[in-house]
Design a protein. Structure first.
Length: 311
């Protein structure tokens, strides 16, 4: 993905990112790399400083091997930790919310933003909650969208854009321009779709993968090995869930189950068992796999051993 200059017709110069978790930090990095000033805020003390340290450790090898054409030092310098939500949003042209995947938490954040600065464009990064659920918490629903980014953006260099039902065409166009200015393929979702495009399909995959394990038919690695053989890729559903964060996956799954009409759609015990003991995936060093060297990154995987070399 190439570094991009700010598109002048986007009209977005300063961006506030609320939430310095895995995805919030990566959103801040992408935005800063486009030449914009980013104010990053998190309610947890020290979280923004830790996020910047994680970003440097994560992105240094990605830049070094050419997967990102960035001046990493310059990009990280444009990310400014904010001491408060008020400081973060005060002069923002766009506020991107990336807090916990729980509707009341998000509503509370947007209501406070409306009190502090009712003017900016607003985006929720929610991957499962449509922005229509947040519309009555903002000052102007015409400026509210879902802008759904993905982790490891140098690989999944795309973003999904969806309105809230009251979003103006001007806002949709400005946000599409913003997405493209980050070097991301920007897919516009027509109407309202829970899970957008990718996550609607992905939800079916992870639900069935978890069911296969919960019902005792296979362990997570067997599922991922078969997935790797079948699709010719390295990371299967369980490795992908680890990368996203199992607490995030659990919150998303619970949001789907809350509106499901399928009586078999119940929380996964294998997923919640790991979350309950703090094994959240890559970010904690263990989840369905052990990190930093999970088995699916070992030579010869998904086979038990590397194939024999020809004579």
């Amino acid at each position: 993905m190439d570094q991009r200059n700010v598109s002048p017709d986007a009209g977005i110069r300063t961006v506030a990112v609320i939430g310095a978790g895995t995805l919030g930090a990566q959103i801040a990095a992408m935005t800063a790399a486009s030449g914009r000033l980013v104010r990053l805020f998190d309610v947890l003390p020290g979280a923004t400083g830790e996020a910047l340290a994680r970003l440097r450790a994560l992105l240094t090898p990605v830049v070094a091997d050419g997967r990102l054409d960035w001046d990493l030092d310059a990009a990280l310098t444009r990310i400014v930790p904010a001491a408060s939500l008020a400081e973060a949003v005060a002069d923002a042209d766009l506020v991107i919310e990336a807090v916990r995947e729980e509707v009341e938490t998000k509503r509370s954040v947007f209501a406070e933003i409306a009190r502090l600065n009712p003017a900016p464009l607003l985006a929720t990064n929610s991957s499962s909650l449509p922005s229509s659920l947040l519309a009555d918490s903002v000052a102007d629903p015409g400026k509210l969208v879902n802008l759904h980014f993905f982790t490891e953006f140098w690989i999944t260099s795309c973003v999904e854009l969806m309105g809230c039902g009251q979003t103006t065409p001007e806002t949709m166009e400005r946000m599409a321009t913003f997405g493209r200015s980050l070097g991301l393929y920007t897919a516009v979702v027509r109407g309202e779709s829970k899970g957008f495009i990718i996550n609607r399909v992905w939800r079916a995959v992870k639900r069935e993968a978890l069911r296969v394990v919960d019902e005792g038919h296979a362990d997570p690695e067997d599922v991922d090995r078969l997935w790797a053989f079948f699709w010719g890729i390295e990371q299967g559903p369980f490795g992908r869930m680890d990368a996203i964060g199992l607490n995030v996956i659990a919150d998303i799954e619970d949001s789907y189950i809350a509106v499901s009409t399928d009586p078999s759609d119940v929380p996964s015990w294998s997923l919640h068992q790991l979350v309950d003991v703090g094994r959240l995936g890559v970010k904690t060093g263990s989840g369905f796999y052990q990190y930093p060297n999970p088995s699916y990154r070992q030579p010869g995987w998904p086979r038990l051993q590397p194939p024999p070399k020809p004579d």
